[in-house]
Design a protein. Structure first.
Length: 252
């Protein structure tokens, strides 16, 4: 339907006059998320996310994106007919404007420890990219294992049977595979890894993922079987918590 790696067709689908007007207002802004005004760059970062999950080749799915920000990922996913809902705090004016520009259906709410997500229906796929919602109320620490367990059990309620949780782990300096692998073990979830290489000519950046599911059958579909690899190695870190973490062991 669209060339696999170019964002021009997607840029052409938005109101470019309105986008330029937004960009003019944010060009010198020091607002926290002003970087998202560079819509072309963020579409280039989000296109591989869509492609790695084979959303450019799969039948329509229901997708929930946690901490969806400006809605880049959902905007692209929508182009292939997927049903998309975002959840975010709605505190950032630029993100709100982009959500509106992209025509994204977003629920405003804050993810908190030990609080279930609002009732948004059931999804085939729940994603979260760079969304640091896993902080304690006073922001002093990340969630502990028990808080993650509550969150993931609650997510399970929002996933259709065989649903998949996709964790984006691209990082230039850290190998987060064993960290997620150990968390999956602790939570008795199946885990697979997906890697997508750079394509400089096409302006596509490398992107790495881990997919988690309560059901091994979730990975049996043809597309995911091809793309998602089992990880046989024993994780080389203990369960990552506030009491235990060892960055040196996961340096690349
Ligand atoms: C770095 S931005 C990433 C935005 C988007 N996921 C992306 O990749 O472009 C982090 C987003 O997470 C949202 N966020 C942070 N804490 C959250 C929470 N507790 N509940 C919901 N959203 C949260 C922020 O408002 C922000 O939009």
């Amino acid at each position: 339907m669209f060339p696999r790696t170019r964002v021009a067709p997607f840029l052409a689908k938005i109101d470019n006059q309105r986008l330029r007007e937004i960009q003019k207002r944010y060009v010198d802004s020091t607002e926290r998320y002003a970087k998202y005004a560079d819509v072309e760059r963020w579409l280039k970062i989000n296109l591989p996310r869509v492609q790695n999950l084979k959303l450019d080749r799969s039948p329509p799915k229901q997708i929930l994106d946690l901490g969806c920000g400006g809605g880049f990922f959902l905007f692209l996913a929508k182009q292939w007919g997927h049903g998309c809902v975002g959840l975010d705090v709605g505190d950032f004016p630029l993100s709100n404007e982009l959500i509106d520009l992209f025509g994204i259906d977003r629920v405003t709410g804050r993810i908190r420890a030990h609080q279930p997500l609002p009732d948004l229906g059931q999804f085939d796929l729940i994603t979260a990219f760079s969304a640091a919602f896993n902080r304690s109320e006073d922001e002093s620490r990340g969630w502990n294992a028990e808080e993650w367990k509550f969150f993931l059990d609650d997510l399970d309620r929002h996933l259709k049977p065989g649903g998949i949780l996709a964790v984006h782990i691209s990082n230039r300096y850290l190998d987060l595979v064993p960290v997620v692998q150990q968390a999956a073990r602790h939570l008795s979830l199946e885990v697979r890894q997906v890697e997508n290489d750079d394509d400089d000519d096409a302006g596509v950046y490398r992107s790495d993922w881990m997919l988690l599911s309560a059901s091994p059958a979730a990975f049996e579909g043809k597309l995911l079987k091809e793309a998602a690899e089992r990880i046989d190695a024993v994780p080389r870190v203990r369960l990552w918590t506030d009491d235990y973490s060892d960055v040196y062991r996961i340096l690349k």
